[in-house]
Design a protein around this ligand. Structure first.
Ligand SMILES: Cc1ncc(COP(=O)(O)O)c(C=O)c1O
Length: 395
């Protein structure tokens, strides 16, 4: 017997595609992976060294539920240095990945049947974090014509008597879209006028690229520079390349710290001690140089993959400014996105994620490419997709 919510939680389609990819690899095929949402680089060496030292020094016990003070202070300094934003370290909550933060925030803010608004397409697990605390995730369709950004009008229309707030990612998964300063302030104001909570997922912070606008157009490094009263989620997973360490952080309004602390003690006791001591090194200059080099490589890969797919006639409706994803319209192939993905993996050994994993809105037209793979693999992938399109008679 299982709870009813299990009928609402669907497995990701991409998991089945990955199973197929593994089976093909076991048969000796080389698969090109565009489906993986994590950096292909190993954790930077200075962080790994700090993790080893943490073990040797015996940092293997529970820590404070909200995280070790030196890491909170280090993150506060990071905001000061990168954005000129001054945050009291007490407002910083260290979590078990952004995932841990998402669960803390839905548990903090939602009573049963309360609603949280979020964009469609969007990060699929968000709905589940809402569901497990008895809330309802209400999706707001976002359009390519608006850069896949949530519009003020749609937010007003979607707001109902049980709406408690909105959760938006920027840069976004799966579109790579970044909320610009004007749009972000407009949305935050609309939410605060309605006494709602604004949750900004900045897990891809730092992964913003020049060329298609870049930092200049975005105009801020963290949403906290625009409004100090929002909830910000962040993580060491993406920019800092620490997915397997399971560490993230949040910045919450001061008056919520105590309540978040009570939840964190009960749900997690504490975040990983070893990961926290390792993460102290993530902001040191030697590690930051490595992160920056990797960002530049992602930028080159984005340009290379986007140009290659466009040359093959596939449409990328919005030039993504950030994260490491391209949301590509494959409707010109005459196939729905799931069929496209299956045929591509089965016959051409290229794995991409179908839009259906990110929501319903225009999902059958889109697939997500992650450029978390080497330039050589991208080249090979493009060659194979070119062959597939030729075989299918698509020009
Ligand atoms: C938008 C977004 N938020 C949150 C997460 C969770 O990441 P983690 O728990 O590794 O920090 C992910 C992971 O892919 C994501 O894409």
């Amino acid at each position: 017997m299982t709870a009813d919510r299990l009928n609402r939680i669907e497995p990701f389609r991409v998991m089945q595609l990955m199973e197929r990819a593994k089976a093909l690899e076991a048969e000796g095929h080389r698969v090109v992976h565009f489906e993986v949402g994590e950096p292909d680089f190993d954790t930077a060496e200075p962080i790994v060294a700090a993790g080893k030292r943490a073990l040797d020094e015996g940092h293997t016990k529970y820590t404070q539920a909200l995280g070790i003070p030196p890491l909170k202070a280090r993150i506060a300094r990071y905001y000061e240095d990168t954005a000129g934003v001054s945050i009291e370290p007490e407002r910083i909550v260290i979590t078990s990945g952004a995932s841990g933060g998402l669960l803390l925030l839905t548990a903090l803010l939602l009573n049963p049947d309360d609603e949280l608004l979020m964009p469609d397409p969007g990060y699929p697990c968000n709905e589940v974090f809402v569901d497990v605390v008895g809330g309802i995730a209400r999706r707001i369709d976002v359009e390519a014509a608006n850069g896949f950004q949530v519009e003020g009008r749609s937010l007003i229309d979607a707001w109902g008597p049980r709406t408690r707030g909105v959760l938006i990612g920027s840069p976004a998964n799966p579109t790579g879209a970044v909320l610009d300063r004007t749009r972000l302030s407009e949305l935050v104001n609309l939410v605060h006028e309605r006494q709602g909570a604004f949750l900004l997922d900045e897990i891809y912070q730092g992964l913003i690229y020049e060329g298609a606008g870049g930092n200049m157009e975005v105009g801020y490094h963290t949403g906290l520079a625009i409004d100090d009263g929002i909830f910000v989620l962040n993580s060491f997973s993406k920019y800092f390349g620490m997915t397997g360490w399971r560490l993230g952080w949040m910045v919450v309004p001061l008056e919520q710290v105590d309540a978040v602390g009570r939840l964190a003690q009960n749900l997690f006791i504490s975040p990983s001690s070893i990961a926290q001591y390792a993460a102290l090194a993530a902001f040191d200059e030697d590690a930051m140089v490595i992160h920056e080099q990797r960002r530049q490589r992602f930028a080159r890969r984005r340009d290379m993959l986007a140009a290659g797919l466009r040359a093959l006639g596939l449409r990328i409706p919005v030039d993504p400014l950030g994260a490491f994803y391209l949301y590509v319209d494959v409707s010109s192939t005459g196939m729905d996105s799931e069929t496209f993905c299956w045929r591509l993996i089965d016959k051409y050994q290229v794995a991409v994620t179908p839009g259906i994993d990110f929501g319903e809105h225009l999902a059958e037209r889109h697939v997500r490419f992650a450029y978390t793979t080497s330039e050589a693999s991208i080249e090979l992938g493009l060659e194979r997709i070119g062959q597939a399109l030729a075989d299918w008679g698509v020009d």
